[in-house]
Design a protein. Structure first.
Length: 319
C-alpha cells in the first residue's frame, strides 16, 4: 500500500558462531524519505541491510520490504527494489554502457539510459570494461544500475565512496530527486556530512543494536540550547585537564551557566567543548588556558555536526 512504510524490521537477530551481530534491532524506513543507518565498523549495519535485501536470513524477528518478506517474496520484490553494493557487484569483463543497457532490458518500464548516462557522467567511460574503471566510476555505474528499473525502494551502501567532489554532488542531487519522487531510500555511509545533508531520519547502530534514532535535525539540536548546540574546537598542548576545563566553563560567566557541557580531548592536542557556546565561552576558555600556562594555536566555533553526535554516541576508540 502506498502509505505503508518502505522497510520495517522488528526485533531482528542474526548470529554468527553463536554471537549476535544483529541483536533485537528494530527500525522503520519511510517512502519518500532517506533513512541513514550509521555505525562503526563491525556494528552490524551491513548484516542488517543484507537481511533487508534478502541476501541473509535472520535468525529471529521479522523483516518486511514493501510489506513483503524479502526471502519468501524475492521474485515479487526484485523488480521493485534497487540495490547498490559498496563493492559494486558488477561483472568485470563487460563494457560499462553495455552492462547498463542489459540491466535496463530486464525491467518493464526502465528509466531512459541516455538520461542516466548524462546525469552521472558515464559517457566518458562508456566503452571501458568494468575492471578498468576507477573506484568512483564503478560507484556511479553501480548507482545507475540500481535505479534504472524505477525502484520503489533503494538500498545504497557507501554511494559516494571514492568519488571526486563533482561526482559526489551529482549523486546527492539524484538521491534528492528519488526522494521527491516517493522512493524510499536506505543509506549506509561512513561520511557523516553525506548523511547529514541527505538523511531525513537517522539510526545509529552499535554492537548490533540501535543506540539512538530520530530525525536528523532533532539529533543535531538535542541538548540544553533550544536552537541547537555549538562546538568550540581548541588546539593546544596535549594532556590538559578536560574535567577542570568543563568545571570552569560551567561556572561561567556564560549565557547558560547551568547547562550541561561536554568537554573531550578528541586526539592529542585537540579538544572540543560542546554546548550552547557563545562569545563569553571563548573568554572563559582563554582565561583557563592562561591559568594553565597553555597557549592555543587555534580556537574555532562551529555548529554541532552529525559527526559530533556520532562520536559522542559510539566513542573515539579505533575498532
Amino acid at each position: 500500500m502506498p502509505d505503508s512504510p518502505a522497510v520495517v524490521l522488528q526485533d531482528v537477530v542474526k548470529r554468527y558462531d553463536g554471537r549476535a551481530v544483529v541483536d533485537h534491532l528494530s527500525l522503520t524506513a519511510s517512502r519518500g524519505a532517506v533513512t541513514a543507518v550509521l555505525g562503526p565498523n563491525g556494528a552490524g549495519k551491513t548484516t542488517t541491510i543484507e537481511c533487508c535485501e534478502g541476501l541473509r536470513a535472520p535468525d529471529a524477528g521479522t523483516v518486511r520490504v514493501l510489506g513483503l518478506d524479502p526471502l519468501l517474496s524475492a521474485r515479487d520484490l526484485r523488480p521493485r527494489v534497487g540495490v547498490m553494493l559498496q563493492d559494486g557487484g558488477l561483472p568485470t569483463g563487460v563494457r560499462a554502457l553495455e552492462m547498463l543497457h542489459h540491466v535496463a532490458s530486464m525491467y518493464a518500464n526502465p528509466r531512459d539510459v541516455a538520461e542516466i548516462t548524462e546525469r552521472l557522467g558515464l559517457a566518458s567511460f562508456a566503452r571501458t570494461t568494468v575492471r578498468r574503471l576507477s573506484g568512483g566510476q564503478r560507484q556511479r555505474l553501480a548507482l545507475a544500475a540500481a535505479i534504472v528499473g524505477r525502484p520503489e525502494v533503494v538500498f545504497l551502501d557507501e554511494p559516494s565512496a571514492g568519488m571526486d567532489p563533482q561526482s559526489r554532488h551529482a549523486v546527492w542531487e539524484l538521491v534528492r530527486e528519488l526522494r521527491a519522487d516517493g522512493v524510499g531510500i536506505v543509506l549506509t555511509t561512513h561520511l557523516m556530512d553525506e548523511a547529514e545533508d541527505l538523511a531525513d531520519h537517522v539510526y545509529v547502530v552499535d554492537h548490533g543494536q540501535v543506540i539512538a534514532s530520530g530525525a536528523t535535525a532533532d539529533l543535531l539540536h538535542a541538548g540544553p540550547s533550544a536552537d541547537g548546540n555549538r562546538t568550540l574546537r581548541l588546539e593546544a598542548r596535549a594532556g590538559l585537564d578536560v574535567e577542570a576545563l568543563a568545571r570552569r566553563v560551567e561556572a561561567g560567566p556564560t549565557t547558560s551557566p547551568t547547562s550541561a557541557w561536554t568537554v573531550t580531548e578528541t586526539q592529542p592536542g585537540s579538544y572540543s567543548v560542546t554546548g550552547p557556546v557563545d562569545p563569553s565561552t571563548v573568554a572563559v576558555v582563554t582565561a583557563w588556558l592562561a591559568d594553565e600556562s597553555a597557549l592555543a594555536s587555534r580556537i574555532t566555533i562551529g555548529r554541532r555536526t552529525l559527526e559530533d553526535v556520532f562520536l559522542d554516541l559510539t566513542g573515539r576508540e579505533l575498532r
